[in-house]
Design a protein. Structure first.
Ligand code: GNR
Ligand code: NI
Length: 177
């Protein structure tokens, strides 16, 4: 397994729509495993392939808390078959928007169809943090970040701060003192 670099916003690669996986084979399983390693190292509770520069419809999630046994999920070509009318709000973060959080409202429960790591079709129902996380990761596959689901004012503040943080880091790297 290998830990991969996570792309930080603003970056046009995070706005790309991803292609479906044709078949979950050894190549895709390796991407899934590298993504889980990257997610646990971060640490994060989810990761989408485009965040590590792979523009295919693959996501991993593990909503287990630190004091619980790991519950890794690896999904290819996830599709939402049903979403509840009931909504829930979570304070979301994103490994591509480090150090920024915002409340995001999404359906509280979803039924999702996907291919598992053995290329088998599965259908599962999720609620709570798992439901939120799956929807957050699926958004990434369509080039959507959680900041696209909050006010333009808050989005602008977060994206400008990230651009400034990157500029400061680049200047420090270029001019050592
Ligand atoms: O680590 C993460 N935490 C998180 C918290 C609330 C809602 C969604 C998430 S996903 C995020 C990791 C990430 O960026 N996935 O794309
Ligand atoms: Ni994210």
């Amino acid at each position: 397994m290998a830990k991969l670099d996570v792309i930080i916003a603003p970056d046009p690669r995070l706005k790309r729509a991803c292609k479906p996986v044709v078949r979950v084979d050894a190549r895709v399983r390796r991407i899934m495993d590298d993504m889980l390693e990257t997610m646990y190292a971060a640490p994060g509770i989810g990761l989408a392939a485009p965040q590590v520069g792979v523009f295919e419809r693959v996501i991993v999630v593990d909503p287990a808390r630190a004091d619980e046994p790991p519950r890794p999920w690896q999904l290819a070509n996830p599709v939402i078959l049903w979403a509840s009318d009931e909504m829930s709000i979570y304070n979301e973060g994103c490994l591509s928007l480090p150090n920024h959080w915002a409340d995001v409202e999404r359906p509280a429960r979803v039924r999702v169809r996907y291919l598992d790591r053995d290329n088998e079709i599965r259908i599962t129902e999720a609620d709570g943090l798992l439901a939120t996380c799956i929807q957050h990761e699926m958004d990434h596959l369509d080039g959507v970040l959680f900041v696209d689901r909050i006010s333009a004012l808050k989005r602008g503040i977060i994206l400008r701060r990230l651009a400034k943080t990157r500029k400061t880091a680049a200047e420090k790297a270029a001019v050592p003192h």
